[in-house]
Design a protein. Structure first.
Length: 154
């Protein structure tokens, strides 16, 4: 008996982002990774700076009879762009392009009709929140912590 769709949904989100043409050349990481100042652009799935959880989830009965359950969960993610110069606007604009590509990858298209369901692992998934962070650290860095919210039936 399946008790959660979280593992399958995270794996599908990683697959979708790694296959997205708009994210070619962007490092897509499963979970946390130590800071690599040489990486220019990357997206981490299942991690945000300061987040309490990689994925926060709740479950409840779907209806009378208690035969199925609904599971709602939020996948913590983080996009980062860094450069060796002092122009903050370049990395800020770039990090929003990265997260925009994530949002576009989660939309249904003729080529990817199952994208909003994370390839059938959930009923729906979409980007729901974001927080911009900026810093000067051997150049400039901008990060956008964002959340992919999902609903599944188990």
């Amino acid at each position: 008996m399946e008790t959660s769709r979280v593992p399958a949904a995270v794996a599908a989100l990683l697959d979708i982002l790694r296959a997205a043409p708009a994210l070619a050349g962007v490092r897509i990481v499963d979970g946390p990774e130590s800071t690599n100042a040489s990486e220019r652009d990357m997206i981490l799935v299942g991690w945000q700076p300061g987040a309490d959880a990689a994925v926060a989830l709740t479950q409840s009965f779907n209806g009378a009879g208690a035969r199925t359950r609904d599971e709602d969960f939020d996948i913590s993610c983080y996009a980062e762009s860094r450069r060796g110069d002092k122009d903050m606007s370049v990395v800020r604009d770039r990090v929003f392009v990265l997260v925009g590509a994530v949002e576009a990858a989660l939309r249904a298209t003729n080529e990817a009709p199952e994208a909003p369901t994370l390839n059938g692992t959930v009923l729906w998934a979409h980007l729901t929140a974001g927080n911009l962070q900026q810093a000067q650290a051997e150049g400039v860095v901008a990060g956008l912590a964002f959340t992919v919210s999902c609903r599944a039936r188990i």
